[in-house]
Design a protein around this ligand. Structure first.
Ligand code: MG
Ligand code: MG
Ligand code: MG
Length: 313
């Protein structure tokens, strides 16, 4: 359809990206934008599938790229490297996000990013501000994304506003983030049917800083050993990707959702930047990051700082 407004989150979509597109589509439609349409730009992961199955909601339609001049709304991201192909030729109407801003557009638009743990915490406020009803499905989508992004409110990205949102939704709909959220997270740790290449791409983000290009990929697990017994295969997949995308380095983090630690594999010519960033020594390409669970708040900033400090690394 000609006037469609496509709403989507980032590549390698997580639960926040998928559910925020759906929740934003509903908000837009309730406010009279009948052309709003949630889509996705990557495969739905198992955690998100658990949520959609639980609610009996279909996956948003997959799109590979967009036409020149396409009207779009971005949720849960703003960086072009994480978005749909040909975004530079789209007309971005709105951005609803909770990430560091690396965005510029030569026209006016609605841009809203708040320093909270999840896009859905921002959307919850927008529903209230616009007096749009939150039904049980929308509430569960919101709660799911907050549970996912904050690891059931345990990640340091969690803010008082995320907690308040969860408590209000729990109370109104009789939901319980601790039982439901942990089941949902566990559903997302099942990688039994995946190739190593698929596993590293479940939640992988590409970053560029200065003249350096790198990825930080993350996978949740309830059992680090089950991941690291296959380390050699993951290294093969990571090295392939480094070659293919010309990356300077790559961090693959397996995050233990029970004990709130992450064990990383770090590869690439500039892997020493990772040691410097985290103040650790990497042994056999791996290191344990104690109490580190958040890519946004704990894994990425030290790397950006290290790169800024010494761009010749
Ligand atoms: Mg996300
Ligand atoms: Mg998010
Ligand atoms: Mg995430």
């Amino acid at each position: 359809m000609e006037n469609e407004v496509l709403i989507f989150g980032h590549k390698s979509p997580d639960t926040d990206s998928i559910t925020s597109s759906i929740v934003m589509e509903n908000l837009e439609r309730k406010l009279g934008n009948e052309n709003a349409k949630a889509v996705r730009i990557g495969n739905v992961n198992k955690e998100t599938k658990y949520v959609l199955d639980y609610l009996g909601i279909d996956e948003p339609e997959y799109i590979e790229n967009i036409a020149d001049g396409q009207n779009v709304i971005l949720v849960d991201h703003n960086e072009i490297t994480q978005s749909v192909d040909n975004l530079q030729n789209a007309k971005i109407l709105k951005v609803i996000d909770h990430h560091t801003m690396n965005f510029v557009a030569p026209y006016q638009l609605y841009y809203r990013a708040e320093p909270v743990g999840c896009t859905q915490t921002v959307l919850y406020k927008m529903y209230k501000e616009n007096d749009v009803e939150i039904d049980e499905k929308i509430a569960t989508l919101m709660l799911s994304a907050i549970a996912s992004d904050t690891l059931v409110l345990k990640s340091p990205t969690t803010t008082a506003q995320d907690i308040k949102t969860v408590r209000e939704l729990e109370k109104r709909f009789g939901l319980d983030i601790n039982t439901y959220g942990v089941e949902m997270l566990k559903a997302g740790t099942d990688i039994s049917e995946f190739t190593p290449e698929q596993v590293i791409n479940i939640d992988s983000k590409l970053f560029e800083q200065g003249n350096k290009k790198f990825r930080i990929a993350q996978v949740n697990t309830a059992d680090l050993d089950s991941i690291f017994k296959n380390q050699v295969y993951f290294e093969e997949a990571i090295n392939e990707d480094i070659k293919k995308e010309n990356l300077d380095f790559y961090v693959f983090a397996a995050t233990d959702i029970i004990n709130s630690n992450s064990k990383i594999i770090s590869l690439g010519n500039d892997a020493p930047v990772v040691e410097k960033a985290y103040g650790i020594s990497i042994d056999n390409h791996t290191a344990m990051l104690e109490n580190v669970v958040s890519r946004k708040k704990q894994m990425l900033p030290p790397i950006l700082n290290a790169l800024n400090g010494d761009i010749n690394l």
